[in-house]
Design a protein around this ligand. Structure first.
Ligand SMILES: Nc1ncnc2c1ncn2[C@@H]1O[C@H](COP(=O)(O)OP(=O)(O)OP(=O)(O)O)[C@@H](O)[C@H]1O
Ligand SMILES: [Mg+2]
Length: 231
């Protein structure tokens, strides 16, 4: 019997813009099973990034809940939430956000600096991750010395440094040509499979979405398709 790792219940996010209220997300009920690969699709502005940020505890809902392993994220304090994010979640964004002055290896090691991993262990883990994404020979390069696809792979390695259970990726291949996008996607899906990761990926690309176990569609902040296997 599959067990849900993350569940959203009536998830709603409104933004106040001047005098208006914009409803970015409106009562979304979504269940993610552990180890599942879910693609989120929908037109620009439909609430995909909003949903991903809420699921990752990077933003707080106006109404509704995000349940992680059965616990409401709203019940955690800021520090607890940060610790939870560090230990359970990884994030990959459309535009890589690597630190320009740190080498590739240092970028991947960075999330581990906040924990209590010994330096040799940090280095070993970063190198093993760089090998996994095919960049072992670029460890001492700076991000700007890499191609866009290579930078995105460093971002993936960094997101995995803490051995997260859930990887939230917002258009991780959005800025790349289709061959490179395919390559990144192959790395992501392979890693997710190997590690039993739950992978949530926002994408505009139907071909990329076709690799997922399930495609969830959003429109105007509503879920229009693909709620969850058992809901
Ligand atoms: N910080 C904000 N303040 C006000 N409105 C916002 C804010 N962030 C998002 N919105 C609005 O919420 C809605 C959903 O935005 P969101 O970024 O989630 O869309 P998206 O589906 O990720 O779009 P895209 O495919 O273009 O990335 C949009 O109407 C957007 O204008
Ligand atoms: Mg977005």
């Amino acid at each position: 019997m599959p067990e849900p790792i993350l569940q959203t219940v009536g998830l709603t996010r409104r933004y106040r813009v001047g005098r208006d209220n914009v409803t970015a997300l409106d009562g979304v009920d979504l269940t993610l099973q552990r180890g599942e690969f879910v693609a989120i699709m929908g037109p620009s502005g439909c609430g995909k990034s909003t949903l991903l940020n809420l699921m990752g505890g990077l933003d707080q809902p106006t109404a509704g809940q995000v349940m992680l392993d059965g616990h409401n994220l709203a019940d955690y304090g800021e520090e607890q939430l940060a610790a939870l994010r560090r230990s359970k979640m990884g994030f990959v964004f459309q535009r890589h956000d690597l630190f320009p002055v740190l080498t590739v290896r240092e970028n991947v090691e960075f999330p581990l600096l906040l924990g209590d991993t010994a330096p040799q262990e940090r280095r070993a883990r970063a190198e093993s991750l760089l090998q996994t994404v095919g960049l072992a020979d670029k460890a001492d390069f700076l991000p700007e010395e890499l191609s866009g696809g290579q930078q995105q792979r460093v971002g993936i390695a960094r997101a995995l440094a803490n051995a997260p259970e859930i990887l939230l990726a917002d258009e991780p291949t959005g800025n790349l040509d289709s061959a490179t996008a395919d390559e990144i996607l192959a790395v992501l899906t392979e890693l997710a499979h190997q590690r039993g990761l739950t992978l949530v990926m926002v994408t505009h690309d139907a071909e990329s979405a076709a690799r997922a176990d399930r495609v969830v569609r959003l429109k105007d902040g509503h879920l229009v398709d693909g709620k969850g296997r058992d809901s």
